[in-house]
Design a protein around this ligand. Structure first.
Ligand code: COI
Length: 370
Protein backbone atom coordinates (compact mmCIF):
# COMPACT_ATOMS: atom_id res chain seq x y z
CA UNK A 1 0.00 0.00 0.00
CA UNK A 2 1.12 3.53 -0.70
CA UNK A 3 2.48 5.84 1.96
CA UNK A 4 1.97 9.13 0.16
CA UNK A 5 2.23 12.14 2.38
CA UNK A 6 -0.04 15.05 1.56
CA UNK A 7 -0.08 16.74 4.96
CA UNK A 8 1.71 20.04 5.18
CA UNK A 9 4.80 20.19 7.32
CA UNK A 10 5.61 23.55 8.75
CA UNK A 11 9.35 24.21 9.00
CA UNK A 12 10.02 25.89 12.32
CA UNK A 13 12.59 28.63 12.34
CA UNK A 14 15.61 27.81 14.46
CA UNK A 15 14.92 24.09 14.61
CA UNK A 16 18.39 22.86 15.55
CA UNK A 17 17.80 19.27 14.55
CA UNK A 18 17.34 19.90 10.89
CA UNK A 19 13.93 18.24 10.98
CA UNK A 20 10.75 19.87 9.95
CA UNK A 21 7.98 20.15 12.45
CA UNK A 22 4.32 19.28 12.51
CA UNK A 23 1.68 21.74 13.68
CA UNK A 24 1.25 21.71 17.46
CA UNK A 25 -1.82 22.37 19.54
CA UNK A 26 -0.46 22.72 23.07
CA UNK A 27 -2.39 21.59 26.11
CA UNK A 28 -3.89 24.41 28.18
CA UNK A 29 -3.42 22.35 31.35
CA UNK A 30 -0.21 20.38 31.78
CA UNK A 31 -0.44 17.39 34.16
CA UNK A 32 3.32 17.43 34.76
CA UNK A 33 3.26 19.08 38.22
CA UNK A 34 0.63 16.71 39.61
CA UNK A 35 2.53 13.59 38.42
CA UNK A 36 4.34 11.55 41.07
CA UNK A 37 7.70 10.79 39.46
CA UNK A 38 8.73 8.54 42.33
CA UNK A 39 5.91 6.10 41.53
CA UNK A 40 5.83 5.23 37.82
CA UNK A 41 4.57 1.68 37.25
CA UNK A 42 4.82 0.74 33.58
CA UNK A 43 2.07 2.03 31.32
CA UNK A 44 -0.09 4.03 33.74
CA UNK A 45 0.96 7.66 33.29
CA UNK A 46 0.86 9.52 29.97
CA UNK A 47 2.58 12.75 28.98
CA UNK A 48 0.80 15.91 27.89
CA UNK A 49 0.79 15.49 24.10
CA UNK A 50 0.47 12.92 21.33
CA UNK A 51 1.08 12.92 17.58
CA UNK A 52 -1.85 11.89 15.41
CA UNK A 53 -2.07 11.22 11.65
CA UNK A 54 -4.88 9.88 9.49
CA UNK A 55 -4.65 7.81 6.33
CA UNK A 56 -7.36 7.79 3.68
CA UNK A 57 -7.53 7.59 -0.11
CA UNK A 58 -3.94 6.30 -0.26
CA UNK A 59 -2.33 9.22 1.59
CA UNK A 60 -1.47 10.41 5.09
CA UNK A 61 -3.12 13.69 6.08
CA UNK A 62 -3.96 15.80 9.10
CA UNK A 63 -0.67 15.17 10.88
CA UNK A 64 -0.19 17.12 14.08
CA UNK A 65 0.60 17.15 17.77
CA UNK A 66 -2.39 17.61 20.06
CA UNK A 67 -3.10 17.23 23.80
CA UNK A 68 -3.12 13.56 24.88
CA UNK A 69 -6.70 12.42 25.07
CA UNK A 70 -9.41 9.96 24.17
CA UNK A 71 -10.52 9.16 20.63
CA UNK A 72 -14.00 8.05 19.61
CA UNK A 73 -14.66 4.86 17.64
CA UNK A 74 -17.72 3.36 16.02
CA UNK A 75 -18.81 -0.06 17.36
CA UNK A 76 -18.25 -1.18 13.76
CA UNK A 77 -14.58 -0.12 13.83
CA UNK A 78 -12.71 -2.78 11.85
CA UNK A 79 -9.83 -3.13 14.31
CA UNK A 80 -12.14 -3.90 17.24
CA UNK A 81 -13.36 -6.95 15.35
CA UNK A 82 -10.41 -8.32 13.40
CA UNK A 83 -7.36 -6.84 15.12
CA UNK A 84 -5.59 -4.98 12.33
CA UNK A 85 -3.35 -3.17 14.77
CA UNK A 86 0.42 -2.83 15.21
CA UNK A 87 2.66 -0.98 17.65
CA UNK A 88 6.22 -0.31 18.77
CA UNK A 89 8.06 0.37 22.02
CA UNK A 90 11.01 2.77 22.21
CA UNK A 91 12.65 4.65 25.09
CA UNK A 92 13.99 8.17 25.61
CA UNK A 93 16.46 8.89 28.42
CA UNK A 94 18.02 11.95 30.02
CA UNK A 95 21.73 12.14 30.77
CA UNK A 96 23.35 13.84 33.78
CA UNK A 97 23.50 17.13 31.87
CA UNK A 98 19.71 16.99 31.29
CA UNK A 99 20.07 16.23 27.56
CA UNK A 100 17.47 13.88 26.11
CA UNK A 101 18.15 11.07 23.63
CA UNK A 102 16.15 8.23 22.09
CA UNK A 103 17.61 4.70 21.79
CA UNK A 104 17.77 3.40 18.19
CA UNK A 105 14.36 4.65 16.96
CA UNK A 106 15.35 3.88 13.35
CA UNK A 107 15.38 0.14 14.15
CA UNK A 108 11.85 0.38 15.54
CA UNK A 109 10.76 2.30 12.47
CA UNK A 110 12.08 -0.49 10.20
CA UNK A 111 10.29 -3.13 12.28
CA UNK A 112 7.07 -1.10 12.28
CA UNK A 113 7.13 -1.06 8.47
CA UNK A 114 7.63 -4.84 8.41
CA UNK A 115 4.74 -5.35 10.83
CA UNK A 116 2.57 -3.06 8.67
CA UNK A 117 3.34 -5.10 5.57
CA UNK A 118 2.54 -8.42 7.29
CA UNK A 119 -0.77 -7.05 8.55
CA UNK A 120 -1.75 -5.62 5.13
CA UNK A 121 -1.48 -2.04 6.38
CA UNK A 122 0.06 1.01 4.68
CA UNK A 123 3.56 2.13 5.55
CA UNK A 124 4.05 5.31 7.57
CA UNK A 125 6.48 7.92 6.23
CA UNK A 126 9.70 8.53 8.14
CA UNK A 127 8.75 12.21 8.53
CA UNK A 128 5.73 11.19 10.57
CA UNK A 129 7.24 8.31 12.56
CA UNK A 130 10.77 9.52 13.25
CA UNK A 131 10.63 13.31 12.85
CA UNK A 132 7.27 13.33 14.63
CA UNK A 133 8.73 11.27 17.49
CA UNK A 134 11.71 13.61 17.87
CA UNK A 135 9.39 16.62 17.88
CA UNK A 136 6.98 15.09 20.41
CA UNK A 137 9.75 14.03 22.79
CA UNK A 138 11.35 17.49 22.53
CA UNK A 139 7.99 19.09 23.38
CA UNK A 140 7.39 16.77 26.38
CA UNK A 141 11.07 16.56 27.40
CA UNK A 142 10.25 17.47 31.00
CA UNK A 143 8.31 14.20 31.25
CA UNK A 144 11.50 12.12 30.93
CA UNK A 145 12.28 10.68 34.37
CA UNK A 146 15.92 10.76 35.41
CA UNK A 147 16.17 8.00 38.01
CA UNK A 148 18.28 4.96 37.03
CA UNK A 149 16.00 2.36 35.43
CA UNK A 150 13.42 5.01 34.47
CA UNK A 151 12.75 6.44 31.04
CA UNK A 152 10.10 7.90 28.78
CA UNK A 153 8.47 4.95 26.99
CA UNK A 154 7.38 5.89 23.47
CA UNK A 155 4.43 4.01 22.00
CA UNK A 156 3.67 4.43 18.27
CA UNK A 157 0.63 2.49 17.05
CA UNK A 158 -1.47 2.15 13.92
CA UNK A 159 -4.90 0.63 13.45
CA UNK A 160 -7.67 0.50 10.88
CA UNK A 161 -10.44 3.08 11.31
CA UNK A 162 -12.99 1.90 8.73
CA UNK A 163 -16.49 1.44 10.06
CA UNK A 164 -16.96 -1.90 8.43
CA UNK A 165 -17.38 -5.48 9.58
CA UNK A 166 -16.42 -7.24 6.37
CA UNK A 167 -13.24 -9.29 6.79
CA UNK A 168 -10.77 -7.38 4.64
CA UNK A 169 -7.95 -4.88 5.10
CA UNK A 170 -9.05 -1.38 6.04
CA UNK A 171 -8.79 1.54 3.68
CA UNK A 172 -8.46 4.08 6.50
CA UNK A 173 -5.93 4.10 9.33
CA UNK A 174 -4.91 6.15 12.32
CA UNK A 175 -1.31 6.49 13.48
CA UNK A 176 -0.79 7.74 17.02
CA UNK A 177 2.43 8.24 18.91
CA UNK A 178 2.23 8.95 22.64
CA UNK A 179 4.65 8.70 25.53
CA UNK A 180 4.61 7.42 29.08
CA UNK A 181 7.15 8.08 31.84
CA UNK A 182 7.99 4.76 33.44
CA UNK A 183 10.08 3.01 36.05
CA UNK A 184 11.51 -0.51 35.63
CA UNK A 185 9.18 -3.11 34.05
CA UNK A 186 10.37 -5.94 36.33
CA UNK A 187 12.15 -5.51 39.63
CA UNK A 188 13.40 -9.03 40.29
CA UNK A 189 14.77 -12.10 38.47
CA UNK A 190 11.99 -14.14 36.87
CA UNK A 191 10.76 -17.70 37.25
CA UNK A 192 9.71 -19.12 33.88
CA UNK A 193 7.32 -21.92 33.02
CA UNK A 194 8.41 -23.77 29.87
CA UNK A 195 5.15 -23.90 27.88
CA UNK A 196 4.38 -27.20 26.15
CA UNK A 197 0.80 -26.68 25.05
CA UNK A 198 -0.03 -23.07 24.15
CA UNK A 199 1.99 -21.28 21.45
CA UNK A 200 3.05 -17.70 20.81
CA UNK A 201 4.12 -18.10 17.21
CA UNK A 202 4.26 -20.68 14.43
CA UNK A 203 6.10 -20.70 11.10
CA UNK A 204 4.03 -18.80 8.56
CA UNK A 205 2.22 -16.94 11.35
CA UNK A 206 2.60 -13.40 12.69
CA UNK A 207 5.14 -13.96 15.48
CA UNK A 208 7.67 -11.61 13.90
CA UNK A 209 5.12 -8.78 13.69
CA UNK A 210 4.43 -6.52 16.63
CA UNK A 211 0.70 -6.91 16.36
CA UNK A 212 -1.96 -6.75 19.06
CA UNK A 213 -3.27 -10.30 18.57
CA UNK A 214 0.07 -11.87 19.57
CA UNK A 215 -0.25 -10.22 22.96
CA UNK A 216 -3.97 -11.01 23.30
CA UNK A 217 -3.26 -14.71 22.63
CA UNK A 218 -0.61 -14.76 25.38
CA UNK A 219 -2.86 -13.42 28.12
CA UNK A 220 -4.80 -16.55 29.11
CA UNK A 221 -1.75 -18.90 29.19
CA UNK A 222 0.24 -16.27 31.10
CA UNK A 223 -2.51 -15.84 33.71
CA UNK A 224 -2.50 -19.63 34.11
CA UNK A 225 1.24 -19.81 34.86
CA UNK A 226 1.06 -16.80 37.19
CA UNK A 227 -1.64 -18.68 39.13
CA UNK A 228 0.84 -21.58 39.40
CA UNK A 229 3.47 -19.28 40.95
CA UNK A 230 5.58 -18.37 37.89
CA UNK A 231 6.30 -14.89 36.53
CA UNK A 232 6.27 -15.55 32.79
CA UNK A 233 6.10 -18.18 30.07
CA UNK A 234 9.09 -19.48 28.15
CA UNK A 235 7.49 -20.08 24.75
CA UNK A 236 8.53 -23.09 22.67
CA UNK A 237 8.00 -23.92 19.00
CA UNK A 238 4.49 -24.78 17.80
CA UNK A 239 5.33 -28.13 16.14
CA UNK A 240 7.28 -30.04 18.78
CA UNK A 241 7.49 -27.77 21.85
CA UNK A 242 11.20 -28.56 21.86
CA UNK A 243 12.86 -25.32 20.81
CA UNK A 244 13.05 -22.15 22.87
CA UNK A 245 11.46 -19.02 21.39
CA UNK A 246 10.83 -15.97 23.62
CA UNK A 247 10.01 -15.41 27.27
CA UNK A 248 7.01 -13.26 28.12
CA UNK A 249 7.42 -10.15 25.95
CA UNK A 250 11.20 -10.56 25.67
CA UNK A 251 13.81 -12.27 23.52
CA UNK A 252 15.68 -15.02 25.36
CA UNK A 253 19.43 -15.62 25.69
CA UNK A 254 21.15 -18.68 27.17
CA UNK A 255 24.84 -18.82 28.10
CA UNK A 256 26.40 -22.27 27.89
CA UNK A 257 30.13 -22.76 28.28
CA UNK A 258 30.91 -19.11 27.54
CA UNK A 259 28.86 -19.15 24.33
CA UNK A 260 25.69 -17.05 24.04
CA UNK A 261 22.76 -18.71 22.27
CA UNK A 262 19.50 -17.21 21.06
CA UNK A 263 16.76 -18.26 18.64
CA UNK A 264 17.40 -17.11 15.06
CA UNK A 265 15.03 -14.85 13.13
CA UNK A 266 14.87 -17.07 10.06
CA UNK A 267 11.67 -18.98 10.97
CA UNK A 268 9.58 -15.80 11.29
CA UNK A 269 8.55 -16.76 14.82
CA UNK A 270 10.79 -14.39 16.77
CA UNK A 271 10.41 -10.64 17.14
CA UNK A 272 13.49 -8.85 15.81
CA UNK A 273 14.13 -7.09 19.12
CA UNK A 274 16.12 -3.85 19.15
CA UNK A 275 17.61 -4.76 22.52
CA UNK A 276 18.25 -8.29 21.16
CA UNK A 277 20.22 -6.81 18.26
CA UNK A 278 22.09 -4.44 20.59
CA UNK A 279 23.03 -7.33 22.91
CA UNK A 280 24.36 -9.35 19.96
CA UNK A 281 26.39 -6.40 18.64
CA UNK A 282 27.86 -5.59 22.07
CA UNK A 283 28.81 -9.25 22.68
CA UNK A 284 30.36 -9.75 19.24
CA UNK A 285 32.19 -6.43 19.64
CA UNK A 286 33.83 -7.91 22.75
CA UNK A 287 34.77 -11.11 20.95
CA UNK A 288 32.13 -13.20 22.74
CA UNK A 289 30.62 -15.99 20.60
CA UNK A 290 26.92 -15.56 19.81
CA UNK A 291 25.00 -18.24 17.95
CA UNK A 292 21.58 -17.43 16.46
CA UNK A 293 20.07 -20.87 16.00
CA UNK A 294 17.59 -23.41 17.34
CA UNK A 295 18.20 -24.01 21.05
CA UNK A 296 16.40 -27.04 22.43
CA UNK A 297 15.10 -27.65 25.90
CA UNK A 298 17.16 -30.90 25.84
CA UNK A 299 20.36 -28.86 25.29
CA UNK A 300 19.37 -26.58 28.18
CA UNK A 301 18.69 -29.48 30.55
CA UNK A 302 21.86 -31.31 29.61
CA UNK A 303 23.93 -28.12 30.15
CA UNK A 304 22.23 -27.67 33.52
CA UNK A 305 23.09 -31.25 34.46
CA UNK A 306 26.75 -31.06 33.46
CA UNK A 307 27.20 -27.61 35.04
CA UNK A 308 27.86 -25.71 31.79
CA UNK A 309 24.61 -23.68 31.91
CA UNK A 310 25.85 -20.32 33.16
CA UNK A 311 23.16 -17.67 32.60
CA UNK A 312 19.70 -17.19 31.13
CA UNK A 313 18.29 -13.72 30.53
CA UNK A 314 15.58 -11.87 28.65
CA UNK A 315 15.98 -8.68 26.64
CA UNK A 316 13.40 -6.13 25.54
CA UNK A 317 12.72 -2.42 25.32
CA UNK A 318 10.32 -2.30 28.25
CA UNK A 319 12.27 -4.81 30.35
CA UNK A 320 15.86 -4.00 29.27
CA UNK A 321 17.95 -6.99 30.53
CA UNK A 322 16.21 -9.30 32.98
CA UNK A 323 17.89 -12.21 34.76
CA UNK A 324 16.09 -15.55 34.91
CA UNK A 325 16.35 -17.38 38.24
CA UNK A 326 14.45 -20.61 37.46
CA UNK A 327 12.73 -22.47 34.65
CA UNK A 328 10.31 -25.33 35.13
CA UNK A 329 9.94 -28.02 32.48
CA UNK A 330 7.58 -30.97 32.95
CA UNK A 331 7.70 -30.54 36.72
CA UNK A 332 11.51 -30.40 36.82
CA UNK A 333 13.05 -27.18 38.14
CA UNK A 334 16.10 -25.80 36.37
CA UNK A 335 17.63 -23.40 38.88
CA UNK A 336 20.30 -20.98 37.67
CA UNK A 337 23.34 -20.11 39.75
CA UNK A 338 22.87 -16.92 41.81
CA UNK A 339 23.19 -13.99 39.39
CA UNK A 340 25.84 -12.38 41.61
CA UNK A 341 28.15 -15.03 40.06
CA UNK A 342 27.16 -14.15 36.48
CA UNK A 343 29.30 -12.12 34.12
CA UNK A 344 27.61 -11.61 30.76
CA UNK A 345 24.09 -10.39 31.59
CA UNK A 346 25.30 -8.00 34.34
CA UNK A 347 27.92 -6.62 31.92
CA UNK A 348 25.23 -6.06 29.25
CA UNK A 349 22.91 -4.38 31.73
CA UNK A 350 25.67 -2.02 32.83
CA UNK A 351 26.80 -1.30 29.27
CA UNK A 352 23.26 -0.52 28.11
CA UNK A 353 22.46 1.60 31.17
CA UNK A 354 25.72 3.52 30.83
CA UNK A 355 24.89 4.19 27.19
CA UNK A 356 21.26 5.16 27.89
CA UNK A 357 22.20 7.62 30.64
CA UNK A 358 25.15 9.04 28.69
CA UNK A 359 27.94 7.75 30.96
CA UNK A 360 29.98 6.16 28.16
CA UNK A 361 30.83 7.23 24.65
CA UNK A 362 28.14 6.33 22.11
CA UNK A 363 30.52 4.78 19.57
CA UNK A 364 27.75 3.13 17.53
CA UNK A 365 25.60 6.28 17.35
CA UNK A 366 22.63 4.52 18.91
CA UNK A 367 21.38 7.48 20.96
CA UNK A 368 19.46 10.06 18.90
CA UNK A 369 19.86 13.41 20.62
CA UNK A 370 16.52 15.23 20.89
C1 COI B 1 8.51 -3.66 24.68
O1 COI B 1 9.46 -4.21 25.23
O2 COI B 1 8.52 -2.51 24.26
C2 COI B 1 7.29 -4.39 24.49
O3 COI B 1 6.74 -4.35 23.45
C3 COI B 1 6.70 -5.04 25.63
C4 COI B 1 5.38 -4.41 25.86
C5 COI B 1 4.32 -5.22 25.20
C6 COI B 1 5.14 -4.15 27.29
Amino acid sequence: MSDTLVAEKKPVAGNIHGIESWPVQRTGKSRLKETNFSHLPFGHVFSDHMLVADYADGAWREVGIVPFGAITLSPANLTLHYGQSIFEGIKAYKNQQGEAAIFRPDKNFDRFLKSAKRMAMPSVPREIFLDGMMQLVALDKDWIPTEEGSSLYIRPLMFATDDLIGVKPGKKYKFILFTSPTGPYYNKPLKLYVEDYYVRACEGGVGAAKTAGNYAASLYPTEEVIRKGFDQILWTDAKEHQYLQECGTMNLFVVINGKVLTAGLDKGTILDGVTRDSVIQILRGQGIDVEERLVSIAELISAHQDGSLQEVFGSGTAANIIFISDMQYHGQNIALKPHKQWEIAPMLLKELNDLHYGRIEDTREWMWRV
